[in-house]
Write a protein that binds this ligand. Sequence first.
Ligand code: PLP
Length: 332
Amino acid sequence: MNRIPHPKIGLGHWPTPLEPMLRINEMHKGPELWVKREDCSGLAFGGNKTRKLEYLLADAQLKGATTLLTAGGVQSNHARQTAAAAARVGLGCELFLEQVEAVVEPDYNHSGNLLVDHLLGARVHQLPYGQDLDAAMDLRAKTLTDSGQVPYIVPVGGSNAVGAMGYVHCGLELAEQLQAKKLSFDAIVLATGSAGTQAGLLAGLALAGVDIPVLGITVSRSSIEQCDKVLTLLHEVQSLLKQPNLHEDHVICFDQYYGAAYGEPTAAMIEAVRLAASLEGLLLDPVYTGKAFAGLLDLVRHGYFGTSERILFLHTGGSPALFAYSQCLGEN
Ligand SMILES: Cc1ncc(COP(=O)(O)O)c(C=O)c1O
C-alpha cells in the first residue's frame, strides 16, 4: 500500500546507503556514529532536494508546467538540484539567486553550485542581498504567463507540504532499513534550514511507528524560530497524511553551531569537514552538513549522548559548495 497519498516521479537512487563511520568511531570511542548517505541520491551531485523534487515535479507536471522558478542563495544546493530535475524532465528552469553578504570567498560568485547551475541549462537571475525573492519570482511568473507559458514556483528549499513528502518517504525507507538490518538508533542529527527535511522525516518516522528523536542543527535561525517553522510544516504534512499531530516536544533544534551568519565559515565547521574527509572519505559541505556535523561532534564531546548509544547523521549533501570556499578550506 502506498502510504504517501501524493504522486511522485522518479529522480533518485533509493534506498540511500546506511553506513557506520568506522574510523571516527575508533578515534573518539564514544557513541557509535552512522551516516545515511542522502548525498548519494543520484541527481547532479545528490542531496536532500532530490526526494522533495520527486513530489514537487509530479505536482508541476499535473499542473501543466513548462518552466520551474525557484530561489535561494548564490550557492543554493536546492537551486542546483531543481535545475537538474528540470533538465531531466525537459522543463525550463529559472533561478533567482541572492548574494550572501557574509561570505567573502573569491570563488563564491562563479564556482561550486553556480557553475553547475549554468551547465544544467538554468537561466540565472543574480539579485543583491536583501532583495524580495518571492516578489521577483512572482513578477517573472506573470511575464511568462503573459507569453503563454505555465510557470511553477518551487518554494525556497522545496519546503512546502508537498516537497516535505520526500522526507516522509525517507522516514519510511529508514524504518525499513532498520528492520532489515536489525538496527536501532537513539537519535538522528541533521542540518535544518527551510525545515522540510526535519518536518518530513519526523512525519515519516511517526507514520512508520518509529520513535527516534530528530535533532536539527540550525544554519541561520534561533532554535525558537526554527522549531516554530518545523512544527508548522510538520502539522501541515501530518494533516495531508491524515495522521495525528506530533506534540511540539518532538521538535528539537540547536542554534549554537552556525556561527555569525548563514554561510559564514566557522572554525568548528572547517575541523568537521576535514575530519569527515580525512577519516571517512566523506565530503560534507561548508554551509549545512559541515556545521551540523560540527554540532554532532560537539554534542558527543560534551556527553550529550550516552557512550553506548548509536547516533545517525543524515548527510544531506551540498559538496559542490566546497569549491566555492576554496580559500578557507584549502591547504591546512
Ligand atoms: C546540503 C543541505 N543540507 C541541509 C539542508 C536543509 O534542509 P531543509 O531546507 O529541508 O531544512 C539544505 C537546504 O538547502 C541543504 O542544501
